[in-house]
Ligand binder design. Sequence first.
Ligand code: HEC
Length: 499
Amino acid sequence: MKAYLMIALAAAVASGCAKARVVDAYEEGIEGADDEVGRDSDGPDEAGARSDDSPAGDDDGESRADGDGDGRNSDDARADDDSRARDDGEDPRQDTPDRTYTYYADVKPIIDAKCTTCHFEGGIAPMPLTDYDEVEVWLDLIGHDVRNDIMPPWTADMPMDFFLGDRRLTDNQKDIVLSWVDQGGTAGDPDDAPDPIEPAPRGLERVDLSVPMPEAYEPQIDPDDYRCFVLEWPLDETKFITGLSIEPDKTDIVHHAIVYHVQPEGAEAARARDAEEEGQGYTCFGASGADAAWLQSYEPGGYGQGIPGGLGFEVRPGSVMVLQIHYNTLNGSSADQSRIDFTLEDSVDRVGDVVLFARPTWFAGFMPIPAGEEDVMHFYRGRPVLTANDRRYEIFWVDLHMHALGSRGRIGIIRAGEPNVVEPLLVIPRWDFAWQETYLLSESVILEPGDELYLECHWDNTAANQITVNGEQLPPRDVNWGDGTTDEMCLGNVLAAPL
Ligand code: HEC
């Protein structure tokens, strides 16, 4: 155990050295694609897993990654898209530098499009922002949060519109809101209001089945209650889910939710877990606690939708759905009975799979995060469940999962023949457990034969970054893999289908 900790500490120091470069790459966003991949400084798990980490043999401690950014055609194209997307619309200030912005003429359409999905009476955000009086009270804080990219919440540092449903303001919208705040935030004339920005279409086009929680549940742990509910799948023939939507009942307390599918073989275990704990469902922080496939998540302001790519998830009779809900009761508490809506088909052209990846040795406790360390990093690269190395796969969404100590992370593809270059699929420079979500790619990405998936997680285990339970901040402790509140995880998943 001692040796194990020594290696872990050495690893933490070594990853500290690598930090500067990795951070640089984060700041460059997707253009930092040619950035360093994890090295075999990753603690004892490396030793056991060296064979799946191909160049791990060169132990010279030198950076293996100084790609020059060449040969990254697909990425360059996306980077160009980015600059176009961010430059959308003209900046009115270029034409009229002395222009005064008003709420009605300039700001309301932006707030209605980008803020009121959460900031409405009864929404998850603490205050509504639906009219001038409501907005004006918060002027300074709005300026602060928009300037510092705190609001709208969006953790992925990828080009605008790389993912569907990007919540961020465009650079132009940000300029308008900030100029307006700096100018004092005047109301202007309601008659100046332009046409509203069309909201994104919400919900499913067709609902074939609604499965509610068996009964209403009132959160019992203040302010954050993480609870899993077991929902019986009511159909007695095999169907394919082609769309699903988690529909929260109480939008002011449902902060986040994930639905997992448990195959009939694992259903009994999920029911047993439910029965173990008093009341409906069971406490589950990091994962469903069952042998389950992640299907979709809900974030405030989010909306369910069709499974992309014409894919469907196969659901056999006897399955159960595990609905994990993070309740936050800062706005008050009440009994919630959320439900899941489904669009179903009898058959589909292609069956999609949500493929989890992580280093197998982590599950066995080889993911040490020593108490007090500021930046501990673990990484994995490989082609895990996608065993057919000679097949092409189409990837439609991507997801990264850590717990409360997570500080940053990323997922990418390492292309065959370019072993030291990570092509980013998801970069999260400031991990926030409360805002983890499923990121749907605007354009699917192909995993070619020989390509690998790459996953990298960082944790801050210092005193300042510990969670608060019942009003008291916990002291740092040695942490390892587990699904408890004070354990950690590093999991990636992608929705993939063979081509
Ligand atoms: C996806 C949901 C969501 C969207 C969209 C959103 N907010 Fe928020 N907002 C929240 C939540 C939740 C909080 C409460 C604090 C938290 O959880 O981070 C909050 C808090 C705030 C606060 C309070 C101060 C603070 O930082 O706690 C301000 C100001 C704010 N939001 C402004 C905005 C503005 C302006 C926009 C649009 C440009 C926006 N928000 C979009 C969810 C959202």
